[in-house]
Design a protein around this ligand. Structure first.
Ligand code: PGA
Length: 260
């Protein structure tokens, strides 16, 4: 059974006090929900990861970093290694976000190295892929998404399908208010799932959680989660508000025709 992730990517938002306040409001409510199949997750900025881990200790809330270095250690000013994240007890890390690809020249090859470093340190990578508006308009979505998949996952061994999470985030839908329609999202998710079947196994394709991201909010979460191959969301703006985050977790709990 695939897990449903309601994953908040906080980007460069929320300082120490706001992180504490978010957790103080959200954790008691999450504890009341008795979640099993749904995994709530937040990705604060590096300096607040430890506080987020402390504040969510003993609850079902998971904490993720937003990025990691390709290097293991040494003279790389400003960078944070996978082993440093692991030393905090962190279990998840986002890689390949379109903002990192755009602003830090991240490529599929660097994403691939980051995935390897994370896996070596027992951290689950949450790998983002997705096409730009121009690529979609040129009918290149399939080619781009499958190219990113094979580039990012080159020589990455997947056996259970639980080693890694994928997020399909069409770049044109991120922070723009333009969500992909459930049909558009499901079409690409199905393409990715079939690629996993052919390139790994039925088991990996069946077990790997495949999230959608791009302008998700409580109002469109249900229709996205109603799609067979969408196993949750990577949510930016709407994950910053406590009530919206909780609402999306509750929608996740009721999704897939069952309370989970
Ligand atoms: P958004 O961001 O929900 O604000 O569009 C999603 C993301 O970048 O992960």
């Amino acid at each position: 059974m695939r897990k449903i992730f309601i994953a908040g990517n906080w980007k460069m938002n929320k300082g120490l006090q706001e992180t504490k306040e978010f957790l103080a409001t959200v954790i008691p409510e999450l504890n009341k929900l008795k979640l099993d199949k749904v995994i709530p997750l937040i990705a604060p900025a590096y300096p607040f990861l430890e506080e987020a881990l402390k504040g969510s200790f003993g609850s079902c809330m998971q904490v993720s970093a937003q990025d990691v270095s390709v290097h293991s250690e040494g003279a790389y000013t400003g960078e944070v290694s996978a082993s440093m994240l692991a030393s905090l007890g962190l279990k998840y890390c986002i890689v390949g976000h379109s903002e990192c690809r755009q602003y830090h020249n991240e490529t599929d090859s660097t994403v691939n190295t980051k995935i390897l470093k994370l896996l070596e340190n027992h951290i689950t990578p949450l790998v983002c892929i997705g096409e730009t508006l121009q690529q979609r308009e040129e009918n290149k979505t399939k080619e781009v998404v499958l190219g990113q998949l094979s580039g990012c996952l080159q020589n990455i061994k997947l056996v259970s399908g639980k080693e890694l999470i994928l997020a399909y985030e069409p770049v044109w839908a991120i922070g723009t208010g333009k969500t992909a329609t459930p049909f558009q999202a499901q079409e690409v998710h199905n393409l990715i799932r079939n690629w996993l079947k052919s390139n790994y196994s039925e088991k990996v394709a069946a077990e790997l959680s495949l999230l959608y991201g791009g302008s998700i909010k409580p109002g469109n979460m249900k229709e996205l989660l109603d799609c067979e191959d969408i196993d949750g969301g990577l949510i930016g703006g709407a994950s910053l508000k406590e009530e919206d985050f909780l609402e999306m977790v509750k929608i996740g709990k009721k999704s897939k025709g069952q309370e989970c």
